[in-house]
Design a protein around this ligand. Structure first.
Ligand code: PMP
Length: 399
């Protein structure tokens, strides 16, 4: 077929200057670049042709490349084929999805669970299904972007309370009601915990739903890795909606929402990011079933994580490094400016250590950081190597 004739600019209104916008991002040290991973997800990885020791995966329990999890995908594909072929509500909901939903509900102690394709989609779907246009949604200032976007999509009134501050929320609620309160269980860029017991009290007192996004708590915190709610010893919480992701501690992909029967049925009727999308491959659900069983059973993975966290924090304290106050595998080292965070990240990479720089707008202005994450797949020696490299970072302020 002949190539279409080349045409020049047609004239008229100029297109937006994307190249100029990109140059400005670069100038502000906010340009985001991808890297090419050449190995499975594990601490010793090859990225962009270079062997590195990686501290930036959310594979907290070291399950992403676990042989039994990988084998379950192969066996699952042999049993179910690969594509699910349709949305859950058409013909995409397989026995594998159903079994996983039942096992997840049992795991988190809720009557029902509903699978979503990603955590991002789960948060969009839940918030837009439960909060209508103009209804008030209160969110922690440091909530994950997908929670914020859910409120925007719902065209709800998005209000924010001070980080991890239930008293601030209670004060602000006195001025008007709330339809839904949303919080990360473990904050994704800070690693600290939401005060769930007091948030639950405030939510119950105001008749609002409490959506807890436990993407970084499930698998890691609490007995059998049941997450932030188990960590806080919270049993039945009225109005609680739990969102969990499967691509972090469980090492696979996807997400779920758990709660009472009527909530789940409402999401099936109303959550657009559930209804209008192809169900994930059933083989993936089979792999997650295996990963979930390992995560529940193998306490040593959480114990190892605890030891690594303690080792890193003790070493950093000795070096006078200002790690943020976190007891989870997310251990941020605050750099301040985006330029400094990038400089630190580059220097670490030269020493063979990979820790990505997290910059605004992902984190607030002036709070760019290295987001160090630990995994049960790390060895104590790996943490020592990281500490040696951190000790060499220049600490004087950047010009
Ligand atoms: N919530 C939080 C707190 C997260 O950190 C993430 C992932 N970065 C998500 C939701 C989105 O989950 P997913 O990656 O499955 O879309």
């Amino acid at each position: 077929m002949a190539a279409p004739a080349e045409t020049g600019p047609v004239g008229g209104v100029a297109l937006p200057d994307l190249a100029g916008d990109l140059a400005a991002l670069r100038q502000a040290h906010r340009y985001r670049a991808r890297r090419l991973l050449e190995t499975p997800q594990r601490p010793r990885a090859r990225i962009d042709g270079r062997e590195v020791l990686s501290f930036c995966s959310n594979d907290y329990l070291g399950l992403a490349a676990h042989p039994q999890v990988v084998a379950a995908v192969t066996q699952g594909a042999a049993r179910w084929g690969l594509g699910s072929g349709a949305a859950h509500l058409v013909t995409g909901h397989s026995g594998a999805h159903q079994a996983l939903e039942e096992e997840l509900a049992d795991f988190v102690g809720q009557p029902r669970a509903l699978l979503f394709s990603t955590g991002y989609m789960a948060n969009l779907g839940v918030i837009a299904a439960l909060a209508g246009r103009g209804e008030t949604v209160w969110q922690d200032r440091l909530n994950h972007a997908s929670l914020i976007d859910g409120a925007l999509l719902a065209r709800a009134r998005l209000r924010r309370y001070a980080h991890a501050d239930a008293a601030d929320l209670a004060r602000r609620l006195a001025d008007g009601g709330a339809r839904l309160i949303a919080t990360d269980g473990v904050f994704s860029m800070d690693g600290d915990l939401a005060p769930l017991p007091t948030l639950a009290e405030v939510a119950a007192g105001s008749g609002a739903w409490l959506l807890v996004d436990d993407a970084h708590g499930l698998g890691v915190l609490g007995d059998e890795g049941r997450g932030s709610l188990a960590h806080w010893g919270l049993g039945a919480v009225p109005g609680l909606i739990l969102m969990g992701t499967l691509g972090k501690a469980f090492g696979t992909f996807g997400a779920f929402v758990a709660g009472p029967h009527a909530l789940i049925e409402t999401l099936i009727q109303r959550a657009r990011s559930y209804i209008y999308t192809t169900a994930p491959p059933p083989a993936l659900a089979e792999a997650t079933r295996v990963a979930l069983a390992i995560a529940r059973r193998e306490d040593w993975r959480r114990e190892r994580l605890g030891e690594l966290i303690a080792r890193l924090r003790a070493g950093a304290a000795e070096l006078g490094l200002p790690l943020a106050p976190s007891q989870t595998p997310i251990q941020p080292l605050i750099a301040g400016s985006a330029e400094r965070a990038l400089d630190w990240s580059r220097r670490l990479e030269e020493a063979g250590i990979l820790v990505t720089a997290i910059r605004p707008p992902t984190v607030p202005e002036g709070a760019a950081r290295l987001r160090i994450t630990l995994s049960a797949a790390h060895a104590p020696d790996d943490v020592d190597r990281l500490l040696e490299a951190l000790a060499d970072l220049p600490r004087e302020a950047m010009p």
